[in-house]
Design a protein around this ligand. Sequence first.
Ligand SMILES: CC(C)(COP(=O)(O)OP(=O)(O)OC[C@H]1O[C@@H](n2cnc3c(N)ncnc32)[C@H](O)[C@@H]1OP(=O)(O)O)[C@@H](O)C(=O)NCCC(=O)NCCSC(=O)C(=O)O
Length: 393
Amino acid sequence: MAGALDGVRVLDLSRVLAGPYATMILGDLGADVIKIEAPGGSDDTRFWGPPFQNGMSAYYTAVNRNKRSVTVDLKTEQGRETVRRLAETADVVIHNFKTGTMDKWGLDYEALSRLNPRLIYCSITGFGETGPLASLPGYDYIIQAMSGWMSINGTADTGPLKVGVAVTDVFTGLYAAIAVEAALLAREKTGRGQKIDLSLFDCAVSALVNVAANYLMSGDIPQPLGNEHPNIVPYSTYEASDGPIVIAVGNDRQFQALCSLLSDRSIGSDPRFQTNPGRVAHRDELNRRLNEEIKRRTRAEWQRLLAEKGIPCGPVQTMDELFRHPQTDARHMTVTMHHPTVGPLKLVASPLKLSGTPVSYRLPPPLAGEHNNEAETRWQNDPEAEGNDNESP
Ligand SMILES: CC(C)(COP(=O)(O)OP(=O)(O)OC[C@H]1O[C@@H](n2cnc3c(N)ncnc32)[C@H](O)[C@@H]1OP(=O)(O)O)[C@@H](O)C(=O)NCCC(=O)NCCSC(=O)C(=O)O
């Protein structure tokens, strides 16, 4: 079955995480993604390990399937000319060079859109192409620090902590895929491509959602709340007799259902706990009393009882527990791809389940330059042979 983005060609000049994550999503959806790196491989994540499998890092494998790899030295005019020729037949260019690098090379949006007015050009930078920080490099850790994420993560005892995944890159990759898909749709109407100026910083700010809204409405500076939720109680991690379990109660009906399972019946009838704002105001007392109750049963017992009542809950799982869980298996959340020299690679699958145009796993993460021959012999000389339609509608 054809993928949703079949026939779309993406020229991927990005490295590390945000850009490659975006292009892998487009590739999973069927796009033909050509990953450009310097000779020898200039995606730093190739060297971010261990773990490595036959020289390929797990980090790199996480965001680079469904791509063909071509090495091009952008520091030479010949290399830049190769990219211009590839851009003539591409639908999308994505890069994550620092602001100014692509202009310096004559590969900026204005230059490439003159060659191909239908080109969608997505630039991913740390802080955006405007403003006082525009020229700075940006890694997730810096962005988590500057976007306020660290200030709300942790506890009063730990001080600010970062999230354990480079989440600002993940948000940015998702926003990049959304923006590119929107631009592809818009091109159907206008016949023209456009430029997307996306930054890790902006995407991280956007992903603050309710926490930023709380501040903007109240002026109160949010503090790190650990496992607590700023606006909802009970919505926390509790200690069952055999380990931690999260119970997340989002409305009064769920709260009363929870209370019906407790031995201390006065919790459910206490007037202070009848509404969520009341529970938030008496957070400490309610959590203390709930902890007394929760520690009397195992996580599995609580899971069964809470599930029967429709109360959202789940044990705090480690990676081994996650990947042997029958739900992970039932949702097909891993996929094994076979690389001829690297061997079988077990990867996290796409969460996108489209009924009519499903995602596909066509190409394992490539070695640097693995498809150089195809670039030389096919794509540049005979783009139509690849089924790439660059005609205006
Ligand atoms: C990722 C970066 C911090 C890396 O910074 P730098 O290494 O200092 O600079 P650049 O990216 O501009 O480029 C690195 C060098 O590689 C060279 N380079 C790269 N590709 C090529 C090709 N194809 N040919 C020739 N040379 C190349 C480039 O010219 C630079 O050389 P010289 O000029 O000789 O140095 C930055 O690119 C950046 O801020 N990108 C935008 C935001 C982003 O995507 N951040 C990554 C998030 S991942 C993350 O945070 C996480 O996973 O955690």
